[in-house]
Ligand binder design. Structure first.
Ligand code: COA
Length: 152
């Protein structure tokens, strides 16, 4: 298996189904997708992973979406997407990289800490206040947003 990670080109059509793995709201995805830098992981010509980087402030970017097709998960692709995002953000003169995950995201929190992120705060009821439907993950309600950051 040879996976290539690169910045998406205009003709790369990122599957909505993939983006929805990380964010259940198509409406919100459509609001940020065109504004972000999109990194993609490809197996031959098929897109099997995505990461969207969004500039929040002049020296701060957020990884607003990261997802890997289920059959390709736990093979290091997510980690490599984050490594590439760090490189890209540095090229863009970014000093702080942010990411957030819901309270049930234990695996995500492990991965992000392995990549250098630290927990900096919790936004209580973030998901309840923004999403119409209740989100259940790993058997519990996804209610609070765990905020993480790293200095580049
Ligand atoms: N069980 C335990 N740890 C796991 C794991 C699993 N099933 N999957 C990943 N990890 C942890 C491991 O600690 C691993 O570190 P290691 O290589 O030292 O063992 C680390 O994460 C790296 O995992 P990696 O294989 O690079 O991650 P991935 O390619 O599976 O991508 C996600 C991670 C989160 C992008 C992917 O699981 C996904 O798309 N999930 C659904 C969408 C989502 O939740 N997005 C994030 C929203 S905040």
């Amino acid at each position: 298996m040879e996976i290539i990670i690169e910045e998406a080109k205009n003709n790369d059509k990122i599957p909505m189904k993939l983006l929805l793995l990380a964010d259940p709201s198509e409406e919100l995805i459509n609001k940020y997708l065109h504004k972000g830098i999109k990194l993609i992981a490809k197996d031959h010509d098929i897109i099997i992973g995505v990461l969207v980087l969004l500039r929040l402030r002049p020296e701060t970017m957020e990884i607003i979406n990261i997802a890997v097709v289920q059959e390709y998960q736990n093979k290091g692709i997510g980690r490599n997407l984050i490594i590439k995002a760090k490189e890209k953000a540095r090229q863009e003169n970014v000093k702080t990289l942010e990411i957030g995950t819901g309270n049930p995201g234990a695996i995500q929190m492990l991965l992000y800490q392995k990549c250098g992120f630290r927990i900096v705060g919790v936004e209580f009821d973030y998901f309840r206040n923004r999403y119409k439907e209740k989100i259940i993950e790993n058997g519990i309600e996804c209610r609070d947003m765990i905020r993480m950051k790293m200095d580049l």
